[in-house]
Structures are given as structure tokens and as C-alpha cells.
Design a protein around this ligand. Structure first.
Ligand code: ATR
Length: 299
């Protein structure tokens, strides 16, 4: 990284509330790299120009967030296999004049899950292969986050069931993620019936989020239904504002191991950092910065 300080931008609309600038600037500092991360409010019409200029120094790349994660696909030179399968890009890496689209959400989710299971190593460089062979996972939601989570869980060998308010969208996700051998996720027609054999329950919807839909309106699964999960089940809510959603509060009351979305946020960021810089991510510094960023926020 010679010459002018390197730069990474977050392309989002709106871009106001992200924890990523604090997290990545703390990471650059902790790693001793002269680089800056800035959030940029990019309306959809400006996305092509905002992406095109990334193909030269000082840009290392970018993060991509709502609403651009799918639209950006056709503006890039290459896609990694996960980005192609998930159908969304959250990280752009510049390689010379080429822009490569990555998706670190799924892998970040597996690292966070590894943390909950006590197997994730602190170093990004020492990935712990997740082995979920035989585990049954119930995923609530069928949006972009769900696609990354389902893709990652399938890759780790899990049996995945998906339920969503909009059943057509769940059916589309299941179709898109089906393997050539016919193996793949299934739609959970009656999620309540699946709970007694569920090893991992993941909420990927915005229900429970501060300022989001009615926090008690989780479709198909009500927090009190967690009573029918096995005692060893794990519960993850990708929401991190507030830290304890109604779903997680119910898991806690049941004495189940649970986790909010902050570890996944940190790990997807750590993997993006590594892809931009080639340097192991200072995960502890990133987590501390993200936690500091949440302090004092509503919810
Ligand atoms: P993300 O990229 O975060 O996944 P998204 O693609 O907009 O965001 O997906 C949002 C998810 O939250 C979807 O599963 C959505 O369900 P629908 O497909 O039925 O819209 C879910 N969601 C949002 N608001 C909801 C609500 N009030 N009740 C149930 N599900 C909701």
C-alpha cells in the first residue's frame, strides 16, 4: 500500500447508522495501516459511477449495503463462488484494475456460530471448518441475509428449513439453493412442528429490530413457542439493536445458548478486512469499536 493513504468506502442508501466506519477505522489503526474507511450515501442512480471509480488507487475496495447488494453484481468484473450462489455482494476487492465481488456474510455467520459453539479461533487466518453434519437448522426469513445464512449452513452440512411471511419468497430461496443432486433446503410449512427437532434457530428478519416491525409480531414462531425446542438448541437473532430481542429474551428465559447479530457483523467485517489488506484482522479491536458504537444508541 504505497503512496496516498488507501481508502475503503461503504456504498449504502441511507448510510447514516452503520457501525462499519468505526469498526474498520479501528482495525486499520490497530493493524498499523494507513487507510481510511468512509460511509457514502449513494442513491441507486449513482451506483454505477460510484463503483467504476473503485478500479484505481487509492481504493482497496468497498463494502456494499442496502439497497445495492444485488444491483452491484452486474457492475463487477468477477464474483467469488459464494457471492454468485448467494446472489449478493457485501464486499468489493480491487485486484489491479479488476473489481471482485465477495460475500462475507455467510462465512461471517459461520464464524459467529463457531463462537457460540465454542470452536471459532480468534484469528481470521485460522478458520475452523464448521461441521454441522446432521444438524437441523430452522431459518426465519428469506431476504438477502437469509440467503447468505442458508448458503453457509448448507455448505457446513446442515439440514436447513426455511420459513417466511411471504411463502413465494421462501419457495424461491429453496429453489435457488437446491444442489444439482437434489439436496438442498426445504420450506417449513409448519415451523412449530419442526421446533422439537431443531438444533439451531436463526432469525434473519427485521422483526425485533429497534424501529422495525412489531417486535412481538414474529411470523409463524412466537417467542413462547421456544419452549418446544430441545434443551441443547442454539438461538441466533441477526438483529443487534437492541442487544436482547424478544426472541433472545425468550431463549435466555429457557436457558438456551443464544447470540445476537453483533458477532456476525464483526466477523463479516473481519473477513472483508482480510480480503482488502491481506493482513489478519484485529478482531478484538473491531469488536470493541462496534460495541462502543452501540453504547448510547436507542434500544
Ligand atoms: P435483509 O437483506 O436484511 O434480509 P430483506 O431482503 O428486505 O432484508 O428481507 C427482510 C426479511 O424480513 C424478509 O424475510 C421479510 O419477509 P417478507 O419476505 O415476507 O417480506 C422479513 N420481514 C420484514 N418485516 C416483517 C414482518 N413485519 N413480519 C414478518 N417478516 C418480516
Amino acid at each position: 500500500m504505497d503512496g496516498a493513504p488507501a481508502k475503503v468506502v461503504l456504498l449504502a442508501h441511507p448510510a447514516g447508522h452503520s457501525l462499519s466506519p468505526s469498526m474498520h477505522n479501528a482495525a486499520f489503526e490497530a493493524a498499523g495501516l494507513e487507510a481510511r474507511y468512509e460511509a457514502e450515501d449513494v442513491p441507486p442512480a449513482r451506483l454505477p459511477a460510484a463503483v467504476a471509480r473503485l478500479a484505481a488507487a487509492p481504493y482497496l475496495g468497498a463494502n456494499v449495503s442496502v439497497p445495492h447488494k444485488e444491483a452491484v453484481l452486474e457492475l463487477l468484473d468477477e464474483l467469488t463462488p459464494p457471492a454468485r450462489s448467494i446472489g449478493a455482494v457485501n464486499t468489493i476487492v480491487r485486484r489491479g484494475e479488476n473489481l471482485v465481488g465477495h460475500n462475507t456474510d455467510g462465512a461471517g455467520f459461520l464464524r459467529a456460530l463457531g463462537e457460540l459453539r465454542g470452536v471459532t479461533q480468534p484469528e481470521v487466518e485460522a478458520p475452523q471448518a464448521a461441521d454441522l453434519g446432521g444438524a437441523t437448522c430452522l431459518v426465519l426469513g428469506a431476504g438477502g441475509a437469509a440467503r447468505a445464512v442458508v448458503h453457509a449452513l448448507l455448505g457446513a452440512g446442515a439440514h436447513v428449513l426455511v420459513c417466511n411471511r411471504n411463502a413465494d419468497r421462501a419457495a424461491r430461496l429453496v429453489r435457488d439453493m437446491a444442489g444439482s443432486d437434489g439436496e438442498g433446503p426445504e420450506v417449513a410449512e409448519e415451523p412449530a412442528a419442526v421446533l422439537p427437532r431443531t438444533d439451531l434457530l436463526v432469525n434473519t428478519t427485521s422483526v425485533g429490530m429497534h424501529g422495525g416491525p412489531d417486535p412481538h409480531g414474529l411470523p409463524l414462531i412466537q417467542p413462547r413457542q421456544l419452549n418446544s425446542l430441545p434443551g441443547g438448541a442454539l438461538v441466533i437473532d441477526l438483529v443487534y439493536r437492541p442487544a436482547l430481542t424478544p426472541l433472545l429474551a425468550a431463549a435466555k428465559a429457557r436457558g438456551l445458548a443464544h447470540q445476537n447479530g453483533l458477532p456476525m457483523l464483526v466477523w463479516q467485517g473481519a473477513l472483508a478486512f482480510e480480503a482488502w489488506t491481506g493482513v489478519p484482522a484485529p478482531v478484538g479491536a473491531m469488536r470493541a469499536a462496534a460495541e462502543r458504537g452501540l453504547v448510547g444508541e436507542p434500544g
